[in-house]
Design a protein around this ligand. Structure first.
Ligand SMILES: *[C@@H]1O[C@H](CO)[C@@H](O)[C@H](O)[C@H]1NC(C)=O
Ligand SMILES: *[C@@H]1O[C@H](CO)[C@@H](O)[C@H](O)[C@H]1NC(C)=O
Ligand SMILES: *[C@@H]1O[C@H](CO)[C@@H](O)[C@H](O)[C@H]1NC(C)=O
Ligand SMILES: *[C@@H]1O[C@H](CO)[C@@H](O)[C@H](O)[C@H]1NC(C)=O
Ligand SMILES: *[C@@H]1O[C@H](CO)[C@@H](O)[C@H](O)[C@H]1NC(C)=O
Ligand SMILES: *[C@@H]1O[C@H](CO)[C@@H](O)[C@H](O)[C@H]1NC(C)=O
Ligand SMILES: *[C@@H]1O[C@H](CO)[C@@H](O)[C@H](O)[C@H]1NC(C)=O
Length: 393
C-alpha cells in the first residue's frame, strides 16, 4: 500500500488545483463504476441485461474482493447476476441462445461459475449449463472456429476468444477436467484465430488482424487469407487478456497449455514494441501509427497493461522490458485518462465505443467511431490493469 500522500498536478487537465493520488486506482475505478450503477445487470431503462461488459467488470470486482475481503464487491456481483439469472436458473435479459448464437453474452458465464463455486446455489450451474449447451451446437467454420455470431457466417473475431473461451475453459476445468476433446477444442479456438489473423507481411509488427472470414466473402476479407485489413487495439487486447486468464485454468498436462503459452510469448514482445515510443500508449489502429485521425485509445492500452503484467507475474513471460513498457503505459493512463470528479468518483476517458466487422473494417471506419467517457469496456480494463500494477509494489 502507498503510505505517503503523493501529489499530482492536474493543471494540465484544466483543473485548477492539485489532488491527492488515491491509495488504489483499482478501488477508485471500481467504486466509481459501482456508484454510477455500471455493470449491474440492468440496461439504461432498468430492464435485465446480459452484457459482456458486465462480465468484464465482475471479473475485476471478484479480484478486488479476493484482495480486500470487502464484501461490497461480492454483493455487487451477485446482485447483478441475480437480475439476469432467475431462481430456477433461466437466463433473461434479451438474449436468445440458439436463435442468435452469439459469443458475447457468454462472457457473463465465468461469473455464474464463480458464484456457483462460492455459494453452491444450483441456479448458477443451471445458467452456466445453458451457455455450455449453446457451444455444443454453435455454428463453426469448416476448420472448427466458432462463428462470432450466427449473423456473421464463417467469421472469427479476436473478441470472441475472450467472450466465449475463458468460460469454455473454466466450465471444463470445473465439471469435465478430463474431457480431452473439450481441451483440444479450446486450444483450437485460440490457435485457429491466431493462424488466420496473424500478419504475415515481411515487416513488423506481426500482430493479429481484428478477424477473418473463412469463406473470404466479407467486403473486408483479404483475397489471399480472408483477414480484415487492420489491427484494432481492443480486439488484440481481448485476445491477450484471454490468453493470460485461460492459462491459469488450462491443465499443464495437456499440450494446449504450451500452445497458448507459445502464442503469448510470441505476441507479448511484439505488443511491447508496438507501443508509441514517446507516450508508451497504444494507437487505436495499431497498423497505422501517427496517421491523421488515429489516437491513443484507452481500453486497448489498459488491456495490454493487464495482460503483460499478469503474464510476467504468473511466470508465463520473462520480463524482458515488458514490465517497463506496461509501467510507462500505466503512467500515461493515470496522467491522461483519469479525471477526479467533485463527488469523489473518477472519470475514465478516451475509450472507443465500438469496433465491429459489421462495416468495411477500414482505418476510416475505426477512427470514425466516437469515444466515450466512462465506457465500461475501458473502465473495467483500467481496474484490471490497476490490480496488476498495484501488485508490483
Ligand atoms: C432495456 O431493455 C428493454 C427490454 O429488452 C428494452 O425494451 C429497452 O428499450 C431497453 N432500454 C435501453 C435504454 O436499451
Ligand atoms: C468496502 O467498499 C465500499 C465501497 O468502496 C466502502 O464504502 C466501504 O467502506 C468498504 N468497507 C471496508 C470495510 O473497507
Ligand atoms: C423458470 O422460471 C421462469 C419464470 O421466472 C419460467 O418462465 C420458466 O418456465 C421456468 N423454467 C423452468 C424450467 O422451470
Ligand atoms: C470451487 O473451486 C475450487 C478450486 O478450484 C474447487 O476445489 C471446488 O471444488 C469448487 N467448488 C464448486 C462447488 O465447484
Ligand atoms: C466433452 O467435450 C466435448 C467437446 O466440447 C463435448 O462434445 C462432450 O459432450 C464432452 N463430454 C462429456 C462427457 O461431457
Ligand atoms: C502471406 O500469406 C499469403 C497466403 O498464404 C501468401 O500468398 C503471401 O505470400 C504471404 N506473404 C508473405 C510475405 O509471406
Ligand atoms: C468505410 O466506412 C466508413 C464509415 O464507417 C466510411 O467513412 C468510409 O468511406 C468507408 N470506406 C470505404 C472504402 O468504403
Amino acid at each position: 500500500m502507498l503510505s505517503l500522500l503523493l501529489v499530482v498536478s492536474l493543471a494540465a487537465r484544466g483543473l485548477a488545483a492539485t489532488a491527492a493520488l488515491p491509495a488504489s486506482y483499482a478501488i477508485w475505478a471500481a467504486d466509481s463504476a459501482i456508484s454510477r450503477g455500471q455493470g449491474n445487470g440492468l440496461n439504461a431503462s432498468g430492464a435485465p441485461l446480459v452484457s459482456y461488459e458486465h462480465g468484464e467488470l465482475q471479473w475485476a470486482l471478484r479480484l478486488l474482493y479476493e484482495k480486500t475481503g470487502n464484501k461490497t464487491y461480492f454483493d455487487y456481483i451477485q446482485q447483478g447476476v441475480d437480475r439476469v439469472v432467475t431462481s430456477n436458473g433461466t437466463v433473461i435479459g434479451g438474449y436468445g441462445f440458439t436463435t442468435d448464437y452469439q459469443l458475447d453474452p457468454i462472457r457473463t458465464g465465468p461469473t455464474f461459475l464463480y458464484l456457483y463455486n462460492v455459494t453452491g446455489q444450483q441456479k448458477y450451474k443451471t445458467a452456466a449449463d445453458k451457455y455450455r449447451q449453446q457451444l455444443e451446437t454453435h455454428p463453426r467454420t469448416t476448420q472448427g472456429q466458432f462463428w462470432h455470431k450466427l449473423r456473421y457466417p464463417n467469421q472469427g473475431w479476436l473478441d470472441g476468444i475472450y467472450m466465449g473461451d475463458v468460460f469454455y475453459a473454466q466450465y471444463t476445468h470445473d465439471f469435465q477436467p478430463s474431457n480431452t476433446s473439450a481441451w483440444n477444442d479450446i486450444q483450437a479456438q485460440f490457435t485457429l484465430m491466431y493462424q488466420n489473423t496473424l500478419q504475415n507481411a515481411t515487416s513488423p509488427p506481426h500482430l493479429l488482424y481484428h478477424g477473418y472470414d473463412h469463406s473470404h466473402t466479407a467486403s473486408w476479407a483479404s483475397p489471399d487469407r480472408g483477414h480484415s485489413p487492420e489491427v484494432w487495439d481492443r480486439a488484440l487486447g481481448w485476445y491477450m487478456m484471454a490468453l493470460v486468464d485461460t492459462l491459469d485454468i488450462f491443465p499443464t498436462s495437456h499440450p494446449g497449455h504450451d500452445a497458448l503459452l507459445s502464442i503469448l510469448r510470441t505476441l507479448a514482445p511484439r505488443v511491447r514494441d508496438a507501443a508509441d515510443p514517446s507516450s508508451g500508449a497504444w494507437w487505436l489502429v495499431i497498423t497505422q501509427p501517427g496517421r491523421t485521425g488515429n489516437y491513443f485509445e484507452s481500453s486497448g492500452t489498459a488491456m495490454f497493461v493487464y495482460a503483460l503484467l499478469k503474464g510476467v507475474r504468473r511466470g508465463y513471460l520473462h520480463d524482458d522490458g515488458v514490465v517497463a513498457a506496461a509501467k510507462k503505459a500505466y503512467r500515461y493512463m493515470t496522467n491522461n485518462w483519469v479525471v477526479a470528479n467533485a463527488d469523489g468518483t473518477m472519470n475514465w476517458l478516451n475509450t472507443v465505443q465500438v469496433g465491429s466487422l459489421d462495416g468495411n473494417g477500414t482505418f476510416e471506419y475505426y477512427t470514425s467511431v466516437p469515444t466515450d467517457v466512462n465506457d465500461l469496456k475501458g473502465l473495467a480494463a483500467f481496474a484490471l490493469s490497476s490490480i496488476e500494477y498495484e501488485r508490483l509494489r
